[in-house]
Ligand binder design. Structure first.
Ligand code: ATP
Ligand code: MG
Length: 476
């Protein structure tokens, strides 16, 4: 769950509101409650929220009108509609008018949390513009000035604003999703929705209904109508991630949608016009898939008006220093090591690695290295340890504790330190409070429970060590 996200809950039933508020706050989310539809709309229009969760039957203004008006005013703000059985049709209408999705009461909390997670993810993808070619450290930039990356930036500049289909190819972890978001943010549709679907993550049987929707009774279990993602993305952008994993029968349907610019919900007769810009991505070799008859050529030609092939990390080792310092900044802040530094030989070593997982792998290694170095300057041993696939978590903790103690004693020998005992206890203490609060997404009550201290102690320690988790969201 994305910590620090702010949710507006519009619900007039106090009992339900209280439970939802508690559950969401436990996830580290900040929840603001409104009990009337008109006041909810007013508040959402004035203040910034990452997500709105609303009931359908509300005093002042009903949920459907609320969705319609709010979506018009703030098309990038996701809205989840909660509905009782009697008003389900209304909730479905709401998804036509821009609601992200709906839940039928009574629902299980994990289902709500899963949906909230997805909606927040989608909200983040839309609202944080990706900066191109910049190393600013807010964690939302495409970094690298190698020639290969500069060609990519030029290509983004050339095609982003045109409503043409783009196919992004590249090995795993090369930044396909990041580039897709950059294309969206630099397009004329940046103020309209960006709807991302991972075709590999959705079971084949459900993917068609996810994309195109279905009518009630279209198949067993289709208890209600569902509005598909294409219909929801009308006037916006759809990102079909891992398109190489789509089954042939879904490919046929997708091709028809792209050719005719209309959709038909599964089991439906109505033809609905959709104007959607398509960006697709895959790590697969589509030429090979076509040879094997696993991917349709006609679909390939539709999608590949522009093809962007992302370079692997080993093709551009000159970008590794920039990427490393970008991730050091990003995770240094997050893990509580504000000024991380790395020694030149360690950095050189990183540049010689094969990086089968590309930028994502480098990102993970940098994160690990930061934890191993614990605020000290990162050296070759830290990097080797982080790269070693053999080290089990336990022994690596052991190992890094040993290294930490010997570093401290070494500093003491040189006369740079005279309180080694105190220092190590403090470091260990700081580490457990820091990790716990991060893991709990800023929820102090939860973190305190895990560490085995009172909430008061937790708060005192956070202040003492200057750890700044997401704001105290446990108050309600
Ligand atoms: N050039 C880059 N600059 C900064 N961060 C990057 C860059 N390329 C990738 N990343 C980061 O690396 C991670 C993986 O990127 P992304 O998810 O876009 O890759 P992908 O190609 O979609 O991978 P997969 O095929 O596994 O889905 C993300 O955290 C992303 O932010
Ligand atoms: Mg991806």
């Amino acid at each position: 769950m994305i910590a620090r996200s702010k949710i507006l809950l519009i619900e007039d039933d106090t009992a339900i509101a209280t439970i939802l508020r508690r559950i969401l706050a436990e996830e580290g989310l900040e929840v603001v409650l409104e009990q009337r539809g008109d006041q909810g709309l007013d508040r959402a229009s004035r203040e910034h929220f990452d997500l709105v969760i609303t009931d359908v039957r509300l005093p002042g203004l009903n949920g459907l009108d609320l969705v319609r008006q709010l979506h018009e005013a703030k098309p990038l703000l996701p809205i989840i509609v909660m509905t009782a059985h009697g008003t389900t049709e209304t909730a479905i209408e709401a998804t036509k008018f821009g609601a992200y999705d709906y839940l039928v009461k009574p629902f299980e909390m994990p289902a709500l949390l899963e949906l909230v997670g997805k909606a927040l993810e989608s909200s983040r993808a839309m609202s944080d513009p990706v900066k191109i070619g910049s190393a600013e450290s807010d964690g939302n930039a495409i970094v690298g000035h190698s020639r290969a990356m500069q060609n990519i930036y030029k290509e983004i500049g050339r095609v982003a604003s045109k409503p043409i289909s783009v196919l992004i190819l590249g090995e795993t972890g090369t930044g396909k999703e990041l580039i897709a978001r950059a294309l969206y943010h630099h397009s004329e549709r940046a103020q309209a929705p960006f709807v991302a679907i991972n075709c590999a993550a959705i079971p084949e049987t459900l993917l068609e209904s996810e994309l195109f929707g279905h009518e009630r009774g279209a198949f067993t279990g289709a208890e209600f109508r569902r509005i598909g993602r294409f219909e929801q993305a009308h006037n916006g952008t759809i990102f079909l991630d891992e398109i190489g994993d789509m089954s042939l029968s879904t490919q046929v349907k997708l091709l028809r949608v792209l050719q005719e610019k209309t959709i038909q919900r599964l089991g439906g007769k109505e033809t609905i016009p959709v104007d959607v810009r398509v960006i697709a991505a895959t790590h697969r070799d589509l030429a090979l898939s076509m040879q094997r008859k696993e991917f349709r050529e006609d679909l390939y030609y539709r999608l590949s008006v522009v093809v962007m092939k992302l370079p692997t990390l080993r093709e551009r080792p000159e970008d590794i220093p920039d990427l490393t310092s970008y991730f050091l900044q990003k995770y240094g802040k997050e893990l509580g090591f504000p000024q991380p530094s790395i020694q030149p030989d360690a950095l050189e070593f990183l540049q010689t690695q094969p990086w089968p997982g590309n930028v994502r792998e480098l990102e993970n290694v940098v994160r690990k290295v930061l934890l191993l170095a614990r605020g000290f300057s990162i050296n070759l041993d830290h990097v080797r340890a982080a790269l070693s696939k053999l080290s089990t978590p336990i022994s690596s903790v052991d190992q890094s504790l040993k290294t930490l103690v010997s570093d401290l004693l070494f500093a003491a020998q040189r006369g740079e330190l005279d309180d080694a005992h105190n220092r190590i206890l403090q470091m260990a203490e700081r580490e457990i409070f820091n990790q716990a609060i991060q893991l709990a997404h800023g929820n102090q009550a939860k973190a305190a429970r895990w560490v085995g201290v009172s909430r008061l102690t937790m708060r005192e320690k956070l202040t003492q060590f200057g750890i700044h988790p997401s704001q105290d969201q446990t108050k309600f």
